[in-house]
Design a binder for this molecule. Structure first.
Ligand code: PXL
Length: 280
């Protein structure tokens, strides 16, 4: 069985970060070792959340895992609270890199052109350093703009703009850069990627469900990570993640008892497992 490490926060309520990565990637048959960077009573879109920072513990986990000589087939990082945590994550990548393991960085920090609560203006430049150590990065449009130090072009920006951003992102150093949450017109929403090894652009989309919720990016990134670790090509893994996320949002939008803070990914896990069975 393959094993991945996921480094991000544990929000005790609010279904994001590790509380999404752990169930989804595990359901996809990949052992998921976690490095919680902080414990929050609920994610930062709630007012008055309590946070316990675990920066010092992150170092201890790394030392222990290194001493035990644990090996990982991939490293997947998401929300990180500070520049210091980003430095420690870079140390993890250096300590656990092996010839064939994959480093996937989702530079979680913003949406709708705005940084999440708690980040200062220097955070994107530190995330950009981390992106330089990744094989694959999967920012949304807001995060891509912040990583590039450019003005937010809006959710409906042109395909030329998206491609210009991808070329800029590839200069940060990742082999494959993907921008998520791209509008294709005709109510289609999806991703556009650029592979700097082959110079190819690629894209994919699903129908757009007009319902906004927190945590959808984490559902997408976790499913993508699980699929790549199941030997899907990057494009097929992105497509599976897009379809799964679309189904989760659709189910939530139809649920009269829905929560506003996250999507119903749980109800769609059986579908995900069936899809995986068809392809592996
Ligand atoms: O879903 C992204 C995310 C992850 N972790 C925390 C967050 C958010 C988004 O708000 O607050 C703690």
């Amino acid at each position: 069985m393959k094993r991945i490490m996921s480094i991000q926060d544990l929000s005790c309520l609010g279904k994001c970060s590790l509380s999404v990565a752990l169930p989804i990637i595990s359901a996809m048959g990949i052992e998921t070792s976690i490095v919680p960077t902080a414990v929050l009573s609920a994610h930062t879109q709630f007012d008055g959340f309590h946070i316990r920072d675990l920066t010092e513990d992150m170092k201890k986990v790394k030392e222990h895992w290194k001493k035990e000589d644990f090996k990982f087939d991939g490293i997947y990082t998401g929300y990180l609270a500070s520049a210091q945590q980003i430095d420690i994550v870079i140390e993890y990548i250096e300590a656990f890199s092996r010839p064939n393991n994959l480093v996937i960085v989702d530079p979680v920090m913003a949406e709708d052109g705005k940084l999440y609560t708690g980040f200062d203006d220097s955070h994107p430049s530190h995330m950009a350093r981390l992106c330089g150590k990744a094989d694959i990065i999967i920012p949304n449009i807001s995060e891509a703009a912040l990583l590039l130090g450019m003005d937010y072009p809006g959710e409906d920006c042109s395909m030329d703009k998206i491609k210009e951003m991808l070329l800029g992102l590839s200069k940060l150093g990742a082999k494959c850069c993907v921008i998520t949450g791209v509008h294709f017109g005709n109510d289609r929403l999806g991703f556009v990627g650029y592979d700097s090894l082959t110079n190819d652009f690629f894209e994919g989309s699903t129908k757009e469900v007009k319902y906004r919720s927190n945590g959808t990016g984490d559902v997408f990134a976790s499913t993508f990570t699980g699929a790549v670790l199941n030997d899907y090509s990057i494009k097929d893994a992105l497509m599976l993640a897009a379809e799964f996320t679309c189904r989760c949002i659709d189910d939530t939008a139809k649920d009269p008892n829905r929560r506003t803070y996250a999507v119903n990914f749980e109800t769609q896990i059986p579908w995900l497992c069936e899809e995986l069975k068809k392809n592996i």
